[in-house]
Structure formats: C-alpha cells, structure tokens
Design a protein around this ligand. Structure first.
Ligand SMILES: Nc1ncnc2c1ncn2[C@@H]1O[C@H](COP(=O)(O)OP(=O)(O)OP(=O)(O)O)[C@@H](O)[C@H]1O
Ligand SMILES: [Mg+2]
Length: 159
C-alpha cells in the first residue's frame, strides 16, 4: 500500500522476506531497514544470498513471502510498477566473463583442450579437482547464470 514517507523514515524497508530456488531456501524471513543518506553493507559468505536480496529489492526476483517498501510504497504489491521501481534503484552488477552457453565444467576445460592439447578426460579430472577445492564441486554442470557472483568469479579463477 502506498503511504507518504515522512522525513527520517527508512528509504528501504524489508519485512520477513523469504526466497527459495527450488528446495534451497536462500532468504529466510529477512528484516532490513535503511535510513536515508546512510550506507549499508551486506556481509556474508559467498552464496549466502546477498545478491538475491538486492535483486528482490529491484524486483529482478519475485519474493515468495514478506514485503518490501521503497519510500513508503510497497513495491512487492502486485500492482507496483516494476519499471518505476527500477528507475529509482541503481544496481552495479558483479562482473564475470564466462561463456553463458557453456557449463562451468565446459568453461574450464575448453582452453586446456584447445590450447594445451589435454584430452577431455585429463582436462575434466583437473577441473573437478580445482572445483572441489573452491567449493564448487556441485556446480560443475550448472550454467553461469545459475551461480552466485562469487561462484562465477571462482569459476573464472579456476579457468
Ligand atoms: N536463478 C537461480 N537459480 C537457482 N539457484 C540460484 C539462482 N540464483 C542464485 N542461486 C543460488 O542462491 C544462492 C545465493 O546466491 P546469491 O547470488 O544471492 O549469493 P551472494 O551472497 O550474492 O554470493 P556472492 O558473495 O558469491 O556474490 C547460491 O547458492 C546460488 O547458487
Ligand atoms: Mg553476489
């Protein structure tokens, strides 16, 4: 619901925001208030849901439950104008340069095979060992757009 924001009210407020991807619960009832003219840092392990929270605030992801208010206006209301919200929130995305049409494993094994002449089996064995060391063993078959920013960054480091 839209209510006029008073000076000093939070510019961004989240209440009990919940978001899952499949069976993985990424945001569990997150409450957050950001006062005007303040800086807030989200700190947490890679893959813990920081970017997902920001994507929810920008309506790039739909929350499963809970609500978000921007300047007193509930933007998770289905009637909210997503384009108008995005005009008011700027997002600097994490950068990566992975091939989007290749899986993590294919991204990593491409150059060793093409450039260094390794067999596919050799390249994959080496890649899987490195992926395990960086906590990405379960993501070998995923496409980059299904990884967190840090997971993409580490994939690029492995490559
Ligand atoms: N579209 C998606 N489909 C399935 N799983 C996803 C999707 N987007 C993110 N995830 C998963 O949700 C979890 C949280 O991802 P998120 O990008 O929010 O992490 P993060 O805290 O920003 O991490 P980092 O510090 O690495 O950037 C990760 O395990 C990620 O693999
Ligand atoms: Mg992130």
């Amino acid at each position: 619901m839209s209510t006029a924001a008073a000076p000093g009210d939070p510019v961004l407020r989240m209440e009990a925001v919940r978001k899952s991807f499949g069976t993985s619960l990424v945001l569990r009832d997150v409450d957050l208030e950001v006062a005007p003219h303040t800086v807030t840092a989200l700190i947490g392990a890679s893959g813990s849901g920081k970017s997902t929270l920001l994507r929810c605030a920008n309506l790039l992801e739909e929350v499963d439950d809970g609500a978000i208010w921007l300047d007193g206006e509930e933007i998770t209301d289905p009637r909210a104008d997503a384009d108008a919200v995005r005009r008011r929130i700027g997002v600097v995305f994490q950068a990566y340069n992975l091939f989007p049409h290749l899986t993590v494993l294919q991204n990593i094994t491409l150059a060793p095979q093409r450039v260094h002449g390794l067999s596919r089996a050799e390249a994959e064995a080496q890649a899987r060992e490195l992926l395990e060391r960086l906590g990405l063993g379960a993501k070998a078959g995923e496409y980059p757009d299904r990884l967190s920013g840090g997971q993409q960054q580490r994939t690029a480091i492995v490559r």
